[in-house]
Design a protein around this ligand. Structure first.
Ligand SMILES: C[S@@+](CC[C@H](N)C(=O)[O-])C[C@H]1O[C@@H](n2cnc3c(N)ncnc32)[C@H](O)[C@@H]1O
Length: 345
C-alpha cells in the first residue's frame, strides 16, 4: 500500500504546488488585465484575451518598436488594409521615405507584389540580418502569400512545397526591392503612371516641397491607383504637441535641420542629430487642399490622434497658426487616402 500511495501522493502534492504557483500567478495577471479592460471583452473570452495580452506585452517589452518585425509588419498590414478598403490590391508599389528599414517593402515582396521600390533623400545601409528575423516573423503570422497553401494541404509524403517560406531566401527577397537614394519626393525619377500604389509613413511632414511632392505622386501614380500617407503633424520632441507652432517662421528655420545632404535617420538613431528635425508644419486641412489641388480624389482623411480642442489657445501660437481655429489645430496624426481618378496624360 505504502509503495502504491507514495508516488501518487507525491504526484498530487507536486500537482497542487504547481497549480498554486502557476494558476496563482496567472490569475493575478489575468485579474490585472481584466480590471484594466473593465468589461470591454466578452465574458467567455476574458481568460484567453488576458493570456494573449500578457504574451504580446512581454514580446513588446523585449523589442525596440521601430527595430522590431512587429512594427514593419503592422505598418504593412495597415497600409494594405487601407488600399483594400477602397477595392485596390497593390501590385507596383512605391514607398517614400522608408528611412532606416525596408521592412514594409519586404512584407510587400513576401506577399507577392510585382515591383517594390523605396526612395529616400538620405541613403541608409540596411542590415541584412534583420530581414531574416522578419522573414521568420512573417512565416509565423502568415505574412507570406504561400503560407496558406501548406496549411491547407498539410504534410503529405512525397509532396514538396517549393514556394514555402522555409525555402524562401531573405536576401533574395531583399534584393527584389529597388532602393534609390538620394531621391527627393518632389523630383521622382520615374515615368508617368509607373505605380498603382504609393505610400509613406511618418515621412511627409518632413518634405520641404510638399505641394510638388504630391503633384509628383499624382504623376507617377497610374489612373485608378491609390496613395496612402500617415502624417505626424505634432512637435517631434518631448513637450507640448503644438510647441513647434509657437515659433515664428524665422525662429523655426534657425532651430531646425532638414533631412538630406548628410542628415538622415541614422544620425537620429545614433544621437548625432543635434537640431530639431525640420517639419513643414502643415495642418490636416492644408494636406487635404494640397491633395485636391494636385488632382487627386481624397477618399478619406482619418484623424489618428488629436489634442482636445478645448485645451488649445491659438493666441499662444505664432503667425499664421494663431489665426486658425482650435478644431483646425487639433489633429496630431492623420491618415490620408486618395485616388487618381483622371486618365493618363
Ligand atoms: C521619420 S523618418 C520615417 C521613416 C520610416 N518611414 C518609419 O516609419 O520609420 C522620415 C524619412 O523621410 C525621409 N525624407 C525626408 N524628406 C524627404 C523628401 N523630401 N523626400 C524623400 N524622403 C524624405 C527621411 O530621410 C527619413 O528617412
Amino acid at each position: 500500500m505504502k509503495t502504491f500511495l507514495s508516488p501518487t501522493i507525491r504526484r498530487i502534492r507536486l500537482f497542487v504546488g504547481f497549480c498554486r504557483h502557476y494558476i496563482g500567478s496567472q490569475a493575478c495577471c489575468a485579474l490585472r488585465h481584466y480590471r484594466a479592460l473593465a468589461g470591454r471583452v466578452p465574458e467567455e473570452r476574458r481568460w484567453e484575451f488576458a493570456a494573449y495580452r500578457h504574451l504580446t506585452e512581454e514580446l513588446r517589452r523585449q523589442t525596440d518598436p521601430q527595430g522590431s518585425p512587429f512594427y514593419f509588419f503592422h505598418v504593412y498590414s495597415e497600409v494594405v488594409q487601407m488600399a483594400r478598403q477602397h477595392g485596390h490590391e497593390p501590385r507596383r508599389v512605391l514607398e517614400l521615405g522608408p528611412g532606416a528599414s525596408l521592412g514594409v517593402l519586404f512584407c510587400f515582396v513576401a506577399a507577392g507584389v510585382e515591383r517594390a521600390v523605396g526612395v529616400d533623400v538620405e541613403p541608409v545601409q540596411h542590415n541584412p540580418e534583420f530581414y531574416s528575423v522578419l522573414k521568420d516573423y512573417l512565416a509565423s503570422v502568415g505574412g507570406f502569400r504561400w503560407w496558406r497553401l501548406c496549411a491547407v494541404d498539410g504534410r503529405r509524403p512525397g509532396v514538396r512545397y517549393p514556394g514555402c517560406w522555409e525555402s524562401a531566401d531573405a536576401q533574395a527577397l531583399l534584393d527584389r526591392i529597388e532602393y534609390r537614394a538620394p531621391v527627393y519626393a518632389h523630383d521622382l525619377p520615374f515615368g508617368d503612371g509607373e505605380f498603382d500604389f504609393i505610400y509613406s509613413n511618418a515621412a511627409m511632414e518632413h518634405f520641404d516641397q510638399p505641394e510638388k511632392a504630391v503633384q509628383e505622386i499624382r504623376r507617377v501614380l497610374a489612373p485608378g491607383g491609390i496613395t496612402t500617407h500617415e502624417i505626424d503633424l505634432s512637435h517631434h520632441q518631448p513637450g507640448h504637441p503644438l510647441q513647434h507652432l509657437r515659433w515664428s517662421r524665422d525662429e523655426y528655420q534657425r532651430l531646425t535641420q532638414k533631412y538630406g545632404g548628410g542628415h538622415g535617420i541614422e544620425n537620429i538613431l545614433n544621437g548625432t542629430w543635434t537640431d530639431l528635425p525640420y517639419c513643414n508644419r502643415l495642418l490636416a486641412g492644408d494636406w487635404h487642399r494640397i491633395f485636391v489641388e494636385a488632382g487627386l480624389e481624397v477618399l478619406r482623411l482619418e484623424v489618428v490622434s488629436e489634442v482636445d480642442p478645448a485645451t488649445i489657445n491659438p493666441s499662444d501660437l505664432a503667425e499664421p497658426y494663431c489665426r486658425r481655429s482650435c478644431e483646425e489645430l487639433a489633429p496630431l496624426v492623420i491618415r490620408i487616402i486618395a485616388r487618381r481618378t483622371d486618365a493618363a496624360e
